[in-house]
Unconditional design. Structure first.
Length: 264
């Protein structure tokens, strides 16, 4: 078995860990809560800087969002990104996080990941945006070792992928969500948003966002605090007795299950 590890860069110990989070809705707002706990842990355990977070989302909170996402009735009408960031800046410890109150383009995201940020976290409903980010990263032809943590879910299932943004240019890169799931390019995004409680809960279960966010934060926590990961994807299914599958960093598995090889 050809198994590898993803090693945390030593420079993370000497400066802020710079994270760009795209999306502040169901998974996004839940992930921000989890990443704050990691930030607090790091700073209390002696890391001088912790996490530097930028959250981008152009959406505003609707009444339906307050039923399933981490928002309150008083939040309705306000921008999601600024809400989740301001909570921690106002009431948290040692945070000076930033927000962008609009949707970033794939080109903007890819360019930010060349030098400005270490880890991209995508918490979005759009398969199209994921594919576009991958395409824009390839166009730039950079050797940045920036990482891409992607959260996705349906009603009772979810998955988290952790790989390199510039996977085709980086030696010994770990493939990202689009590399292993090229069929994403054929998915047609549904622009409709649930406008009732029943539709909201039928489209996504009550706790699926929290589960997805906690798995992603757990992976990031292990990567940063333990120094490495020997797996880079997790699948879970609430409909099958909380079945969870972990995918090792293993080129043999990438080839046999996904038909992926870097040479291809």
């Amino acid at each position: 078995m050809n198994t590898n590890t993803l090693v945390c860069p030593l420079e993370y110990q000497k400066r802020p860990i710079r994270i760009l989070q795209v999306g502040a809705g169901g998974n996004g707002a839940a992930f921000t809560n989890s990443i704050y706990r990691l930030h607090t842990y790091l700073t209390e355990m002696g890391h001088d800087f912790g996490i530097e977070l930028l959250v981008a989302d152009g959406s505003t909170v609707s009444e339906t969002n307050t039923l399933r996402q981490n928002f309150w009735a008083a939040d309705v009408g306000y921008n999601k990104a600024s809400l989740v960031v301001n909570r921690f800046n106002l009431f948290g410890r040692k945070t000076q996080w930033d927000s962008i109150e609009r949707h970033l383009t794939a080109s903007e995201i890819a360019k930010l990941m060349t030098d400005d940020y270490d880890i991209l976290v995508t918490c979005v409903d759009s398969a199209k945006l994921r594919a576009q980010i991958s395409d824009e990263a390839k166009k730039l032809r950079r050797t940045s070792k920036a990482l891409w943590l992607d959260l996705g879910n349906e009603r009772d299932t979810g998955n988290v992928f952790f790989g390199h943004v510039f996977s085709t240019q980086v030696k010994d890169a770990v493939p990202n969500v689009v590399d292993l799931n090229p069929e994403i390019r054929d998915v047609v995004d549904n622009p409709k948003r649930s406008c009732s409680a029943a539709e909201s809960f039928n489209s996504q279960g009550v706790l699926v966002n929290a589960m997805c966010a906690n798995i992603a934060a757990k992976m990031l926590n292990q990567f940063v605090t333990k120094g490495s990961l020997d797996y880079h994807a997790v699948y879970f299914d609430f409909s099958k007795n909380f079945e969870t599958t972990v995918m090792p960093i293993n080129p043999d598995i990438w080839a046999s299950y996904f038909g992926y090889s870097k040479a291809a």
